[in-house]
Design a protein. Structure first.
Length: 270
């Protein structure tokens, strides 16, 4: 049986917490949030897409109690508007604490958060430190939880390329990556939301591993982008140096079904 067939069987056999649930998605209007909401609604559950543009703000608390009233599950997909070290830490700490407090009042039974594979291996990155802080708040809150650790999204390849670009050259790390399509991420997050809490971490990855510099070169070539990619082991990835295994998992992660070619054909140019 293939990895994909195993995953399909696991989904078919998953234990549902309730036949009908109200599920609140924080960041529910974003890339992963909107896809996850669609999947859960198709299963017959009520979904509230909570975001500042829908009147729910986890930093100020605006609309939070009202959105969570009667909710069984909360999925936290919110991201900081700033990646500056102090600002991103304040965002995830404030948002995490406000969410935990509101969930306790509402009687939420399961908290799901999307995080990053390797988050605890890159302390030089302010963003990664902030995600570690967010995860600690979740673990300490006393609410049953599932943390989904994901590899980088294929949708981020263009931004990764831009981060290393000077002129017509893109200098990038030789550390490995195993990017996953946003559609696969949404499948896994929805799956976690409709299953019992694991009170731990689920890891998810794309189907193919390659060096970051090589994956981005492949993306740029497919896009017809003439930039030259230079492989540089000392090049930083958003402020931190990568080792070969910093961004990947060898701990039997759940593997997505969408290859780079399939993703590129259907999604990359949108």
């Amino acid at each position: 049986m293939t990895t994909f067939e195993n995953e399909q069987q696991r989904r078919a056999e998953r234990p549902h917490m309730e036949k009908f649930m109200k599920i609140v998605i924080i960041g529910g209007t974003g890339l992963i949030g909107s896809k996850t909401a669609d999947r859960i609604r198709k299963q017959g559950h009520e979904v509230i897409a909570a975001a500042p543009n829908t009147g729910v703000n986890t930093i100020t608390g605006e609309g939070l109690a009202e959105a969570l009233a009667g909710a069984s599950v909360v999925i936290d997909l919110a991201n900081s508007p700033s990646f500056e070290d102090k600002a991103v830490l304040e965002f995830f700490e404030t948002s995490g604490r406000n969410l935990a407090a509101a969930e306790k009042v509402a009687g939420v039974k399961h908290h799901i958060a999307l995080s990053i594979i390797g988050v605890d291996r890159l302390p030089d990155s302010g963003y990664m430190r902030a995600k570690v802080a967010q995860e600690k708040i979740i673990r300490d809150a006393g609410i049953p939880y599932t943390i989904v650790h994901s590899t980088q999204f294929m949708e981020f390849l263009g931004g990764i390329a831009q981060s290393g670009t000077v002129g017509d050259t893109t200098r990038l790390s030789t550390g490995f990556m195993q990017p996953i399509a946003a559609d696969d991420v949404a499948d896994f997050v929805a799956d976690a939301a409709l299953a019992a809490p694991v009170n731990g971490i689920i890891e998810i990855s794309g189907p193919e591993r390659a060096r970051l510099c090589d994956f981005v070169a492949r993306y740029l070539k497919a896009m017809g982008d003439p930039r030259k990619v230079v492989a540089d082991p000392q090049s930083h990835y958003f402020g931190t140096k990568l080792e070969d295994g910093s961004l990947v998992s060898d701990n039997n992660p759940r593997i997505g079904r969408i290859t780079f070619e399939q993703w590129f054909e259907t999604s990359a140019r949108k």
